[in-house]
Ligand binder design. Structure first.
Ligand code: ADP
Ligand code: ADP
Ligand code: MG
Length: 653
């Protein structure tokens, strides 16, 4: 094999290209219009534009990908994860076209593509599955009867599901009908079919998965576990290995079950068997097999010193596995944090924007898998994952310390990210003790911002930076300091908003020292060093380095004491408050209106669902914030709306 086309994008495309280069294999990238300037396009040896930004016109379009493979003479296709990676028809199509599909054989993909077929197969192999129901009778009555038999809470899942879509927890029979309809609708939209399974909901569960690997000669092994319990929206945020709850006996039992699952499928490439581990009973149950490389595969690579992409390529070439089960010995500890463009304080909604500045500190044992560089735009078309940070160390505590350091020094500025949220997770005492379950994130109190003690520092940094910008842009009177007034000692005033917190900042320059008052707290500040996007300040005798970027009047500031913070200069944004007046509902980001649940004139109560919106692969239901009647309705089903679009208005009596 001497050339591989990567039918994917972002960090995983870059990751695969790197291994291709290492192995002396020519790499071919395909990209959509939105990704024209993305790093992975440049990193590949050859790159082909395959169409419009919408995934269905490019990364999800088999015809275009096969055509690109033919055009460039690719011998194999690596699908990465997501997109066509678990599409059995695509894997078959590759075979028919004489192109090697780097992944398991299509029958294994097909068998695991349905959660109900997967459950059936595992049951016949003696792999424990979650008590539940799967079957052809999908009537509401049958599903409700199943749930009643299993006992609440139950989890409804889309049979074709993935990425946490189409799942609903149901706590009582009375909620079943609404939940069934919602799960079916979400499934139909995302996967083109509505079949559901019902599972007992494991209340204090931990997601523990095993990496499996097979070759084309019938050998199958597992490559230890990864714990991926820290999730929001059923999607992983932090992964680690070894799992804090694992002992050798449990590892052997779960590893054996994973290998049995793989053997049942005649598995012949990389895959992952996911389990839910019940902390109350100590039992574990099969969830699903992901028949592809996993987002969090670097965690396994870090503790085993393996290159899983290389192993995938070798397996696809027909080479035997290079190690036996006995040779699989983990060393040290690794964890991965997924950096997402999303707002942890706004229900983890994804955000778009431009990463103006991206820089990572140099720390021993750190590996960064990134989709971005300074200047990369995060578009509405794809997943909001920006980068993965993976840290390896001899032991868990050291790795956590290093990860916290990385998260404090990382600059990913210009848009909202979950960087500070990740930091608060990594530094959380319960997480550090290994005591957590899949609800850990749901129960965190995000109303207290641990960065609050550093708001003043960030405001000072933004203020000095802005002052310097003005100073630079003045063409006249350069010898006079900016902000110079006839009454020289008259302080200047700026107001900043940090989230909802207002900060009044006054300052004046005396010689080379700024005398600051932030909310009446005095600070003596001098500018020690200034670069286009960073500065070093002495604040009350201590030197601090800040990295900075700004968009309009919004500043993004990084410093090791708080990680990252963003603030807005208030005075120039008087309009914002009035737009967001009560009763007006705006699209928080570019979205599609999936369903309109209300009619003009209808009366609604606070908490009632109004609209179902979808963006960046996620569906959200917009809820009424007040009681009243729908006075205006501008949202129409199926339409695409820009951020800030007025969707509807509620008139309150
Ligand atoms: P895993 O199970 O591998 O940990 P998740 O289930 O959390 O991963 O998320 C994997 C899904 O996320 C994929 O199925 C894909 O749809 C989506 N995804 C995440 N990042 C990307 C990306 N950069 N490109 C394409 N799809 C992505
Ligand atoms: P997906 O295909 O979306 O990844 P999974 O079946 O893997 O769907 O479930 C996603 C997540 O939902 C799991 O990682 C776990 O946190 C949670 N989950 C799934 N099934 C159960 C269950 N029966 N009880 C409790 N939590 C579950
Ligand atoms: Mg899963």
């Amino acid at each position: 094999m001497n050339s591989i086309l990567i039918s994917n994008r972002g960090e995983i495309a870059s990751r695969i290209i790197r291994t291709c280069r290492k192995m002396g294999i020519r790499s071919i990238a395909v990209f959509s219009e939105a990704d024209r300037r993305a790093p992975f396009v440049r990193e590949a040896d050859v790159a082909v534009c395959i169409g419009e930004s919408d995934p269905s016109a490019s990364y999800l379009n088999p015809d275009k990908i096969i055509a690109a493979a033919k055009q460039t003479g690719a011998q194999a296709i690596h699908p990465g994860y997501g997109f066509l990676s678990e599409n059995a028809a695509f894997a078959r199509r590759c075979q028919e076209e004489g192109i090697i599909f780097i992944g398991p054989h299509p029958e294994a993909i097909a068998a695991m593509g349905s959660k109900s077929r997967a459950r059936e197969l595992m049951q016949t192999q003696g792999v424990p599955v979650v008590p539940g129901y799967q079957g052809p009778d999908q009537s509401e009555a049958r599903l409700i009867r199943a749930a009643n038999e299993i006992g609440y809470p139950v989890l409804l899942k889309a049979t074709a599901g993935g990425g946490g879509k189409g799942m609903r927890i149901v706590h009582a029979e009375g909620e079943m009908k609404v939940a069934i309809a919602a799960a079916q609708r979400e499934s139909q939209r995302a996967f083109g079919e509505a079949e559901l399974i019902v599972e007992k909901y494991i209340v204090s569960g931990r997601h523990i998965e095993f990496q499996i690997f097979g070759d084309r000669r019938g050998n199958v092994i597992h490559l230890l576990e990864r714990e991926c319990t820290l999730q929001r929206r059923y999607q992983k945020v932090i992964e680690e290995s070894p799992s804090p709850v694992m002992d050798e006996a449990l590892r052997t039992r779960m590893g054996d079950a994973a290998v049995r699952a793989a053997q049942a499928l005649h598995y012949d490439n990389a895959g992952t068997v996911e389990f839910i581990y019940d902390q109350h009973s100590g039992e574990f149950y099969f969830l699903e097999v992901n028949t592809r490389l996993q987002v969090e595969h670097p965690v396994t690579e870090a503790i085993l010193g393996l290159d899983l992409v290389q192993m995938q390529i070798e397996s696809a070439q027909g080479k035997p596995l290079s190690l036996s089960q006995e040779e699989v010995r983990g060393r040290g500890y690794a964890l991965e944090c997924r950096l997402y463009a999303e707002d942890a304080r706004n229900d983890f909604l994804p955000v778009t924007g431009t990463v103006q500045r991206f820089s990572v500190p140099e720390v021993d044992g750190l590996r960064v898998e990134s989709a971005v560089e300074s200047g990369t735009e995060i578009s509405v078309y794809y997943d909001p994952m920006i980068a993965k940070l993976i840290v390896w160390a001899e032991d868990r505590a050291t790795a956590h310390r290093k990860m916290a350091y990385v998260l404090r020094h990382l600059a990913c500025l210009g848009t909202t990210t979950n960087q500070d949220f990740l930091l608060s997770l990594v530094e959380h005492p319960a997480f550090q003790r290994g005591e957590y379950d899949t609800h850990f994130i749901d129960h965190l109190d995000l109303s207290v911002d641990p960065r609050e003690p550093f708001y003043h520092q960030a405001a000072i940094a933004a203020c000095v930076h802005a002052w310097h910008q003005r100073q630079n842009s003045r063409t006249l009177l350069r010898s006079l300091p900016s902000g110079w007034r006839n009454s020289f000692y008259q302080p200047q005033e700026v107001q900043y908003l940090m989230g909802d917190t207002e900060l009044r900042v006054e300052y004046r320059l005396e010689g080379s020292v700024f005398q600051f008052q932030v909310e009446s707290v005095p600070y003596q500040v001098s500018l020690e060093e200034l670069q286009p996007e960073s500065l070093r300040l002495e604040i009350n005798g201590l030197h601090h380095r800040f990295q900075l970027s700004w968009v309009g009047d919004q500043y993004f500031v990084q410093n090791e004491s708080f990680g990252n913070l963003s603030l807005r200069e208030r005075s120039r944004f008087p309009a914002k408050v009035s737009i967001e007046s009560a009763g007006t509902y705006l699209a928080p980001m570019p979205s599609q209106v999936v369903k309109v649940l209300v009619k003009p004139g209808q009366s609604v109560q606070a908490g009632d669902p109004l609209l179902v919106m979808s963006s960046m692969k996620m569906e959200n239901t917009l809820l009424a914030k007040e009681n009243g009647t729908i006075s205006d309705l501008y949202a129409t089903e199926g339409s695409n709306v820009p951020a800030g679009f007025v969707l509807l208005k509620i008139h309150t009596p």
